[in-house]
Write a new protein. Sequence first.
Length: 416
Amino acid sequence: MNITAFGINHTTAPVQMRERAVISDDRLHDAVQDLTGHQQIEEATILSTCNRTEIYCGHTLNDDRCIVDWLSEFQNLPQGDLDPFTYTHQNKDAVNHTFRVASGLDSMILGEPQILGQMKKAFSHAHQAGTTGKILNRLFQHTFSVAKQVRTDTQVGASAVSVAYAAVDLAKRIFTDLSEQTVLLIGAGETIELVARHLKQNKVKHIIVANRSIERAQNLADEVGSEAISLAEIPERLPDADIVVASTASTLPILGKGIVERSLKARRHRPIFMVDLAVPRDIEQEVGELADVYLYTVDDLNTVVDQNMDSRLAAAVEAEKIIDLQVVRFMRWMRSLDSVPTIRNLREQTSLTQKQELEKAHKRLQAGDDPDMVLEMLAHNLTKKYLHEPSHRLRLAEMEGNVSLISAAKKLFDLK
């Protein structure tokens, strides 16, 4: 059986095409069953996210064109639309690709951890649908083990490589328990949304979202279980905030030194950690001069992100070495499957010979023959029958100069 990894991702296809290829979770069960309905596709798992749609197959196909044709038909895409954006990996390359995806080495953000959870979910869907077997079960269990080893043995995912993540990571270093802090988010765009999600993952209980459009603020607040306020309410609520993260499109500062000073007095000068991710700035530069304010700008965080990305790139080199080794080990297992039918036939043949000789021995014993002679004859006959054909083949090999067969026999029977 062969393994194929086929798909499109953020490096090969624009978002407009990736959107058309996405298979929603509620259709995955039907999708994998429909795909394995093809006579020569025995196993299938589908991973479908905003950045990639990939199909992993165990099959006996001579031409894997039917996989792209199936995806086009299942997603109602015109024939040929997908062709410029797809890639296909076979066997060893497919295993390598699968390991790299799970380890975050093929992600838009190098080393991001979410993809591993998405792959586990995809495999679970396929397993429950009954479309995985010996090959894909082994492949994905090995994949999850490799991804864990990469995370444990390298620093490929250890450092922040987005300003949103870096802001939260820096807050975690300042506060011993981030979950107990009140966070004020100013803005409701993509960057603030990412910050909010990172905060939620860190179990922050109280988040306040302030935005010029209260409707947008409420939409984000609903997603992360927080409250929404207008920009006009910030002076009143700022004293509650232990952490402030701002990122708006305003051309003028949202927070001035005076507002922050008054808030510090109301807080009895308990420190405030502030991150300004906006350009132009949302927080006046002079705010950073206040004794109880720790103010960081987007430039400060970009420096951290650049350093961390260099660290991840170096770690990725080590991760690739781990993956290369594990690919070799998996392919050894794949090759070992080729010997299974031969081993089964050998066992069946020797078992039949054993049964026949035992029946003869039982008859001799029942006839009153000497037991020692019967045992000796049994051992002699078994040895003769087991070795007759191999001995004949080796004599022919010697006559024909087939050195490789003779060498294999020495190794097979451990002959000195």
